[in-house]
Design a protein around this ligand. Structure first.
Ligand SMILES: *Cc1c(COP(=O)(O)O)cnc(C)c1O
Length: 228
């Protein structure tokens, strides 16, 4: 199947899941994860109606940004401080903020172009050493520190589930992220919203939606398998 058919099937599936778990489709954003994929396929996805694209490498956003109009770009992978200046004028939402020092750099660069950059705090629920993200017990402190910055705004939390895990374990990860989000929301920290929960990929977006995801990040189900 081509990208067009894949997107149609995926959206039908999302509609079904929403009905099943009593969620409003309008409050869910599908991000088409375009990493490693050529512009021609991105254009197909755009023609099929997708406008939210996600990349895990800043340099890919830099490269693809001028090729397409009207796309909302999401950075979903690790961001090094020295790369912030290259993407700050291009990103709708940065999903992967996991330290005060990174947030400070984003705040500085956003300030220089009069932008308030929306961000999510990435949480390492499963505490894998290979993964970035703050540990759940450190999230509140980091969020409080970042919340005082003028040119970044925290909109919620993000996590990456374990590909090798079965979906039930991933559901557990998603539930923990939602519970953390509710806990932080109840603190009513000024300038901090817990509206967004970015979680769920091709293998487990159904579980993520049933646990309250507002943003799902799907690559393979749209563009097929990646070579790397
Ligand atoms: C690659 C990637 C995805 C998409 O994964 P698929 O299994 O292809 O849907 C989602 N989130 C992040 C952070 C990724 O790096």
């Amino acid at each position: 199947m081509g990208v067009f058919e894949n997107i149609k099937a995926l959206n039908n599936r999302i509609d079904e899941i929403c009905q099943k778990c009593g969620r409003n489709r309008d409050e869910i954003t599908l991000i088409a994860v375009t990493k490693t994929k050529p512009i021609s396929l991105l254009k197909e996805a755009q023609q099929a109606g997708e406008i939210n694209f996600g990349e895990n490498r800043p340099q890919e956003i830099v490269k693809k940004y001028p090729e397409l109009d009207g796309i909302k770009w999401h950075l979903i992978g690790q961001l090094q401080k020295n790369k912030v200046k290259h993407i700050i004028d291009k990103t709708e939402l940065i999903h992967s903020v996991d330290s005060l020092s990174l947030a400070l750099e984003i705040d500085k660069r956003a300030g220089q172009i009069d932008k308030v950059q929306d961000i999510l705090i990435q949480v390492n629920i499963t505490k894998e050493e290979s993964k970035s993200g703050v540990y759940p017990e450190d999230a509140e402190a980091v969020i409080r520190e970042i919340s005082v910055l003028k040119n970044v705004r925290i909109k919620g939390l993000m996590t990456i589930s374990k590909k090798e895990f079965d979906v039930e374990s991933n559901k557990n990860t998603f539930r923990k992220l939602r519970e953390l989000s509710e806990k932080i929301d109840a603190l009513n920290i000024e300038n901090v919203s817990m509206k967004e929960l970015s979680m769920g990929m091709t293998n487990d977006f159904e579980e993520a939606l049933s646990e309250g995801a507002t943003i799902i990040r799907v690559g393979t189900a749209i563009f097929g398998a990646r070579e790397m």
